[in-house]
Ligand binder design. Structure first.
Ligand SMILES: [Fe+2]
Ligand SMILES: [Fe+2]
Length: 294
């Protein structure tokens, strides 16, 4: 039903399986990027957004399963659901540790829960066109968000600056295990969107929604952490700090973020054109947490 012509790189497809990981946070300090609370907290926003966000992915996809008529896509979606459920749990498990270190995330996560469960929830729509429209809209929003989770996954797998800075190895493994699975399953949400709808107008519209929401929630989350960090006096988040960390490789660069926009909006876009499945699979084979799951 798609009205675009994506250029698919078929060799990037791989069967998906969730890996049953666990992490021990006892030795992870509050500023797990040493001496850099801004980078620490900008990345920490993932722990605020992903538990509710990825639970919401799973919730929506379980409703879409009856619409899937392609067996391989159904298997991909089942693998995706298994991986996202595990990601959501792993990030959720970081929150009690942050609280124990004096940074209670509950006021912010309550807002994020409302955002995903109420604003993007099922609503009380009657069966029929309106309910189907809202389901397709959410499938397209997830495809847009997954463009960014794959972007971030690819970034963190290659973010050597974090290693050089001495970032906490357990947190890096969480981020890279998750990032690698995001790269591994980066085509599923887009393929599902193409399968059930694929409208280019919907792709553009929902990209604008997802991008705006991500920027809004991310900058609020970073500000929340900086202002509530018990070790900082008047901690601030700023665009200048973000640009600087991007330039030195501690965070994705603003240029890379801007360049990712027209790629998603190109009619020829397909997620298989981005990042490397081979690199993701290689990381997962060596990840301490993922290895423990075998
Ligand atoms: Fe994920
Ligand atoms: Fe994902």
């Amino acid at each position: 039903m798609s009205n675009t012509q994506p250029d698919v790189v078929a060799s990037e497809h791989t069967p998906l399986k969730p890996r049953d990981v666990s992490f021990s946070w006892d030795r992870t300090p509050l500023h797990w990027v040493p001496g850099d609370p801004f980078t620490t907290h900008t990345i920490n926003v993932l722990h605020l957004l992903l538990p509710a966000g990825e639970r919401w992915f799973v919730h929506v996809y379980k409703q879409v399963l009856p619409l899937i008529t392609d067996e391989r896509l159904r298997e991909d979606v089942m693998g995706f659901i298994g991986q996202e459920a595990m990601h959501s749990q792993a990030h959720d498990d970081v929150l009690p540790h942050l609280k124990a270190l004096g940074l209670d995330p509950t006021p912010y996560t309550a807002q994020v829960d409302w955002f995903f469960e109420k604003l993007l929830g099922d609503r009380t729509l009657p069966p029929g066109r309106a309910r189907k429209w809202w389901l397709l809209e959410r499938v397209a929003i997830i495809a847009a968000i997954e463009h960014y989770t794959a972007f971030l996954g690819d970034w963190v797998l290659n973010a050597d600056a974090l290693d050089r800075r001495g970032a906490d190895p357990t947190m890096l493994d969480l981020l890279r295990w998750h990032g690698a699975e995001e790269v591994e399953h980066r085509s599923v949400a887009f393929d599902l969107f193409l399968h059930v709808d694929g409208s280019y107008r919907r792709r553009v519209r929902t990209w604008a929604t997802a991008f705006t929401a991500l920027v809004f929630l991310w900058q609020r989350g970073t500000r929340f952490f900086m202002e509530n960090d018990p070790t900082l006096d008047g901690g601030k988040a700023s665009f200048t700090a973000l640009r600087h960390r991007g330039r030195i490789g501690m965070l994705p660069s603003t240029g890379a973020m801007v360049r990712s926009i027209p790629r998603y909006l190109s009619p020829a876009y397909h997620p298989s054109q981005e990042a490397s499945t081979a690199q993701a699979v290689a990381y997962l084979a060596s990840s301490p947490a993922a290895k423990g799951s075998h």
